[in-house]
Design a protein around this ligand. Structure first.
Ligand code: TXA
Ligand code: MG
Length: 383
């Protein structure tokens, strides 16, 4: 459960954590692993420390940060005095914390500085489950504001090497916790709305199916049962879509430095789009003006993908293939997405092709991220 702080006993780890805490108390950011992606953390209650997160990432100041806590007591300390957490939020905390779920709470700006919330009336909070993250927060004795540890607009890092490559020059300390289990960011949930429904602002490591199952179990009678609404599928958030001063979904995101194309292999094209035969698509990758140059193309696709077979039998392209795992396991696809984009970029490919994943469970977060990362989408006819 979310109570109590973890104990990390390896002396090597302990001294690394102590060094990281000293940097943090010096009001400088450090990079640390979480179960979702690596975070760039700083003391959440100190404006000067938090401002360095924004400058290090080149992050727009109107995109608010998530505050990370390691215990229920620490959660209470950042909420308005005397605030009663609703039954719905208590259920979500009890079921999913510590873990990849971020919840919104009302913000008292005399406690959480407005640079963290970008002036929003709410503050986003999560309790990570990664043992290093929790030990760092507990040992530092203070909540940490932490976005993903990438330059703004780039894919989120899921390994310490990714951070070193991107922000290595700009940060003082990176705690290496190995590869992240979940591989995409936390699910951001707004359960504060007066209609009693649960709004998924960003799909992530906790699936909509998991949240629906909890709601069905805890509200067995249909009366008063909260609905689980997914942003852009069940509702549009006008404030987020149009107002210049509200959060981060409006920004281009998650893109490596080479072009990314999303390939639909089973979904039909929308009315205003046409599908293209696989062989014609492959020919389009060849540069007819420079027939001597063999393009090096990255392919992220499932183990059973017909694209892999078609690529293998094609001429004139050097393929760099990375597996998204079995087609029926969206958790593995999500875990490998950012890692795949970043390692293909490092492999020196000139472009990256990513096969669609079915939009169930973690596949929802996968498709949400890749749609934002991809500059183009193509509907392929497999013949
Ligand atoms: O898994 C994660 O959440 C990772 C790790 C490091 O914990 N962190 C992360 O942070 O993904 P970041 O900054 O990359 O994404 C935070 C998201 C943004 O989409 C932001 O707009 C949203 O949370 N957010 C933060 N505060 C909010 C608020 N008060 N209301 C609505 N959305 C908020
Ligand atoms: Mg991010």
């Amino acid at each position: 459960s979310g109570d109590g702080d973890p104990v990390v006993s390896s002396p090597e780890t302990t001294s690394a954590l102590e060094a990281a805490s000293r940097v943090l108390h010096d009001r400088r950011p450090v990079v640390f692993p979480t179960e979702t992606v690596y975070g760039l953390g700083a003391l959440a209650l100190n404006s000067r420390a938090v401002s360095q997160i924004f400058s290090t990432k080149g992050r727009p100041p109107d995109n608010p940060l998530i505050v990370h806590v390691s215990s229920r007591a620490m959660l209470s300390s950042v909420l308005p005095k005397g605030y009663q957490i609703s039954r719905l939020n208590e259920l979500l905390i009890g079921r999913f914390w510590p873990g990849p779920l971020t919840l919104l709470f009302p913000c008292d700006p005399t406690i959480v500085p407005s640079i963290v919330t970008a002036g929003q009336p709410t503050v986003a909070i999560r309790m990570p489950s990664h043992v290093v993250a929790r030990a760092l927060i507990a040992g530092t004795g203070a909540p940490l504001a932490a976005p993903s540890a990438n330059s703004s607009g780039k894919p989120s890092p899921t390994r310490a090497e990714h951070v070193l490559q991107d922000l290595g020059e700009k940060v003082d300390l990176i705690l290496d916790g190995g590869p992240c289990d979940v591989g995409v960011e936390s699910t951001v949930v707004d359960a504060l709305h007066e209609d009693g429904n649960v709004r998924i602002l960003r799909p992530g490591g906790v699936t909509v199916e998991d949240i629906e199952a909890l709601v069905s179990k805890m509200y067995p009678h249909n009366e008063n049962k909260p609905q689980v609404l997914v942003h852009r599928r069940d509702y549009q958030d006008e404030a987020i879509e149009h107002a210049p001063t509200t959060p981060g979904m409006k920004y281009r995101h998650y893109s490596p430095s080479v072009p990314v194309t999303l390939l639909y292999t089973t979904t039909d094209p929308p009315p205003d789009q046409q599908s293209i035969a696989a062989s014609d698509f492959l020919s389009s990758l060849l540069d007819s003006s420079r027939p001597i140059v063999i393009p090096r193309v990255g392919l992220l696709a499932s183990d059973e993908s017909p694209l892999v077979r078609i690529a293998e039998s094609s001429y004139g392209i050097q393929w760099v293939y990375r597996s998204l795992g079995p087609a029926d396991n969206p958790a593995i696809a999500a875990q490998r997405l950012f890692d795949g984009l970043l390692s293909l970029e490092k492999d020196g490919v000139t472009q990256i092709l990513v096969e669609e994943v079915k939009e169930v469970k973690e596949g929802l977060a996968f498709m949400n991220r890749i749609r934002k990362a991809a500059g183009a989408s193509v509907w392929i006819r497999i013949v």
